[in-house]
Write a protein that binds this ligand. Structure first.
Ligand SMILES: Cc1cc2nc3c(=O)[nH]c(=O)nc-3n(C[C@H](O)[C@H](O)[C@H](O)COP(=O)(O)OP(=O)(O)OC[C@H]3O[C@@H](n4cnc5c(N)ncnc54)[C@H](O)[C@@H]3O)c2cc1C
Length: 209
């Protein structure tokens, strides 16, 4: 009887999970990659999606497609809800997956240090959905500024610290916000007449950070 190959379950198809799967491509094991999304998200480019410089499809790739050449790998979309270490299986919404070896590569999440009420004003930026929500908030503020009846209201709408969610917090806030500012400017400059309110010389939107 042919011996069963060891089963490796990898939870998460971010950078870590994908690299682990690829490293096992020539090993005699069966690899199962489980992710709650069916796509890999290139997180370093989330800022560009949040500032409308890129579309979501430009930073997301189907996990199946990325691993299509790897014959020992199978991909499933499912959320892992629990792990039974003693019985060696992961519990998902789509049922259990047993393993001989388990790789947990589920990434990290942001923390509000006990102040979850800040989430409304400083949403995280880890997923495509986060980026499109921020993008909507920025573009809607521009749209409302175009419609504003007076300069004070326009200024208020174009001042992110007052009007928009303070998305970027922590030690990297300055870097991220200035990056965001540059991206928004770059997005608007090639078509200077798209947002006329943005062209007003003293618009605070030009002076983020
Ligand atoms: C906005 C932003 C900009 C960044 N810029 C840079 C940069 O310029 N340079 C740099 O080096 N790094 C950068 N990073 C950090 C880098 O992107 C991360 O360190 C890296 O993506 C982490 O990879 P990971 O595989 O550990 O986790 P992730 O990429 O987060 O992948 C985790 C995967 O696990 C899945 N998952 C989570 N929980 C479950 C579950 N319960 N069941 C099933 N699946 C699950 C998720 O869907 C996800 O696909 C940036 C990160 C962000 C958010």
């Amino acid at each position: 009887m042919p011996q069963q190959r060891p089963k490796v379950v990898i939870v998460g198809a971010g950078f870590g999970g994908l690299e682990a799967a690829k490293a096992l491509s020539r090993v005699t094991v069966d690899v199962t990659v489980i992710d709650r999304q069916n796509h890999h998200c290139f997180q370093p480019l989330l800022y560009q999606v949040a500032t409308a410089a890129l579309s979501p499809a430009e930073i997301a790739w189907p996990i199946r497609h990325m691993l299509r050449q790897q014959r020992n790998a199978t991909v499933f979309m499912a959320e892992v809800e629990a792990i039974d270490l003693a019985a060696r299986f992961v519990q998902t919404g789509a049922g259990p997956f047993s393993y001989d070896y388990l790789v947990l590569a589920t990434g990290a999440t942001h923390s509000y240090f006990g102040h979850d009420e800040w989430a409304e004003f400083a949403p995280g930026l880890k997923r495509i959905e986060d980026a499109t929500r921020i993008r909507r908030s920025i573009l809607l503020a521009f749209e409302r500024a175009e419609l504003a009846g007076d300069d004070t209201e326009r200024q208020r709408l174009l001042t992110p610290a007052r009007r928009w969610p303070r998305t970027f917090a922590g030690s990297t806030r300055a870097v991220r916000a200035s990056f965001c500012s540059r991206r928004v400017r770059a997005s608007c400059r090639p078509c200077p007449r798209i947002f006329r309110a943005m062209q007003s010389a003293r618009s605070p939107a030009w002076a983020w950070m």
